[in-house]
Design a protein around this ligand. Structure first.
Ligand SMILES: [Zn+2]
Ligand SMILES: [Zn+2]
Length: 166
């Protein structure tokens, strides 16, 4: 909206027969503004109408700018959410890759171990296969009667594991 010439010139412009041009930003006569003279411009319906339209136009532009800011914020929020999601996926992928690499390493070691035991046929076939130690049965055959008979049950002065409660 450019500056416009008022259809109702102010006193200063009328006496000097100047075009009374209204500054659209301030709403004052440019001639009077330039000469720092007090403008006696009487507000007309036209001025009022223009001022109203200018106000509405500025309000609309502010709303548009506001909406643009909101869209930018939503876009940034969306981009941030996407980044967070991707970072989580990356973490999982890295974990999985490391896990697979570890399993690959273990399977190679297992294969080498199997090949090593196969080369010695007399090797013990009852090697612990990773089960818990409690599951290994007690070897009762080791407690043969002769072994029990020959065992010294602590008849001497030194008692093994004296259970003197204190
Ligand atoms: Zn004027
Ligand atoms: Zn004026």
């Amino acid at each position: 909206m450019p500056n416009y010439e008022s259809s109702n010139p102010c006193g200063g412009c009328r006496t000097r027969s100047l075009r009374c041009v209204i500054d659209r930003h301030s709403g004052f006569c440019t001639e009077c503004l330039a000469s720092t003279r007090k403008c006696d411009k009487v507000v007309t319906a036209e001025d009022f109408d223009r001022a109203g339209r200018m106000l509405a136009d500025l309000r609309r532009q502010v709303d548009e700018a506001d909406a643009a800011v909101l869209r930018a914020k939503e876009s940034a929020h969306e981009a941030l959410g996407r980044e967070i999601r991707l970072r989580k996926q990356l973490q999982l992928a890295e974990k999985r890759y490391a896990d697979l690499a570890e399993r690959e390493r273990l399977s190679i070691e297992e294969l080498e171990q199997m090949q090593a035991t196969e080369s010695s046929p007399s090797g013990p076939s009852t090697a612990p296969s990773g089960s818990s130690g409690d599951a290994v049965p007690f070897d009762f055959d080791a407690l043969s009667p002769s072994w029990v008979a020959n065992f010294d049950f602590g008849t001497g002065p030194t008692t093994v594991g004296s259970s003197s409660s204190s």
